[in-house]
Design a protein around this ligand. Sequence first.
Ligand code: GLT
Ligand code: MN
Ligand code: MN
Length: 387
Amino acid sequence: MTDFTPTPADRFTFGLWTVGNTGRDPFGEPTRPPLRAPYIVEKLAGLGAYGVNLHDNDLVPIDASAAERDRIVAEFRQALSDHGLVVPMATTNLFSDPAFKDGAFTSADAQVRAYALQKTMRSMDLGAELGAHTYVFWGGREGTEVDAGGKLLSALGWFRDSLNFLAEYSEAQGYGYRFALEPKPNEPRADIFLPTVGSALGFIGTLDRPDLFGVNPEFAHETMAGLNFAHAVAQALDAGKLFHIDLNDQKMSRFDQDLRFGSENLKGAFTLVKLLEDSGYDGPLHFDAHALRTEDEAGVWAFARGCMRTYLILKDKARQFDADPEIQAALAEYHRADEELAALSRFTPENAASLKERTFDRAALGRRGLGLEHLDQLTNDLLFGIR
Ligand code: GLT
Ligand code: MN
Ligand code: MN
């Protein structure tokens, strides 16, 4: 048993933009003052986090001079080293500036596409300077409202060319980045390219260096599309492509809420934590979420503590699940292995012939109850804390 206080060994990370979120939304002004990056580092370290992630412009304003940039980066590095935090992931802001209003790598304007490459190379330089090994691409503006613009096919080609270019840049510079594509179905665009984990996985296969690319799935984004996040993560794991993960929570079919992890869909969060722990995923556990707009700074740190605490409690629940004899008996009843049939299911002409001849008791198979109601209630009881 533990008191669920995180330590860096738990690999929890937050973005500067997450705990630094000021509560602005499309209808209202900020409700909290901005927090300085070195202060965020100090606070996150105090809470037991492992690292902090950033977009280039979370740290360095887009119009900073070279001298200003160097001063800001030096101060940030000092804070990291004073407080023992690392920067495992970096990314580029290719969405805030009006230049990117119709996309960055998929803008119909060649100048915007070239500027996006330049901005990303500079941001990759910054990430490498801070020690990042994972580079995320969230194509928030890569999409359309007006498909009569006729860029559907060319946009994917432009996107591919840009990613191929940046992978070569990383290799040429010796940065050794692993790139993680982050899908989202919509918002801020009406339709975003590569809307789901499945689409991103398919696209990766078309790149020059698919080995360098994986995905950064986000709980909220698959949920917005009405999909099951744990299933998406399982597919990424199966493909060896879970390079990073954005943990948060979300109600289905709404705007991107980026809620505190586990605050909305506790059972979905449990399924996910168990999956991640069972899979041996050993990358960062990144919370891409923010405190509600109702909160002051104290609420921000309560939010951050809550994300990590919920993960650790669910991790402990997963351990209890594995150790619970009644749950394990229900699982054993559900999973029926058969060694002879497993051998027969490996193709040889003889196995195929033998399988075709075999008699199965189809009616008995249909009659068998699987015990899933019982198993699911046991799981609920475990989550309620009464087992
Ligand atoms: C933005 C978005 C997130 C992405 C971030 C990385 S930025 O906050 O909503 O889902 O992960 O670019
Ligand atoms: Mn989100
Ligand atoms: Mn995200």
